[in-house]
Ligand binder design. Sequence first.
Ligand SMILES: *Cc1c(COP(=O)(O)O)cnc(C)c1O
Length: 244
Amino acid sequence: MTLSTTPTGHDYAAALADVRARVHVAEAAAGRAGSGVQVLVATKAWDAAAAARAVAGGARLVGESKMQELADKGEALREAGAVVHVIGQLQRNKAAIAVEYAACVQTVDSLRLAERLSRLCLEAGRDLQVMIQVNVSGEESKAGVAPAEALDLAAAVQALPALEVVGFMTIGLNSPVEDEVRAGYRTLREIRDTALISSERGAIDLSTAWHLSMGMSNDLEWAIAEGATMVRVGTAVMGSRPSA
Ligand SMILES: *Cc1c(COP(=O)(O)O)cnc(C)c1O
């Protein structure tokens, strides 16, 4: 696996400012001005130097998809002051890499994975934020728990030591049809809303699970319209990923 370095002359701060401007326009259009939607920069396929430059350009939240890449870049990201989220599928035998370098694992989609993370965190003497990944589109190819199972999984994960469920994450339908994409994002919001309302009533303990991580470079406006609290942006900040 060869990672790519910064394209000549690429201005991360300017690209990030453009994305933040898009976020602000989308927040206002959704009646959510000032709601503080966070921008997480997805650095997959980029090397440690490129990722560190993005952080220096203002990208404090960084998302890594592949654990081998995180193992390679983790120290540099830590030194740069990044807060790293795992946003790709996490196999249980790679969970230790996440526990070493990540502040949050957004891709918890099974209790077995959560139990492994919990055990590793107890050994390391640390806490870990997690999100529940939900497959809102039902596509076979997509990771994530089915919408109908998301709340039960979230409650079971919340009950584990050293883990805190901070919200829900999904990879949206890859489609140009706004209604179809937004319907998936709405499903995630409804799951989150049910978690918060049931927690208020004391039925479950998911009052910390308010994040909605959804939307990417191409559709962040649609995700923000449906309530995203965090968008995950790769190409719009880092530049086009060179094809492998
Ligand atoms: C790569 C990636 C992104 C960012 O995608 P872009 O289209 O480059 O913005 C967001 N989320 C996940 C899970 C990713 O793997």
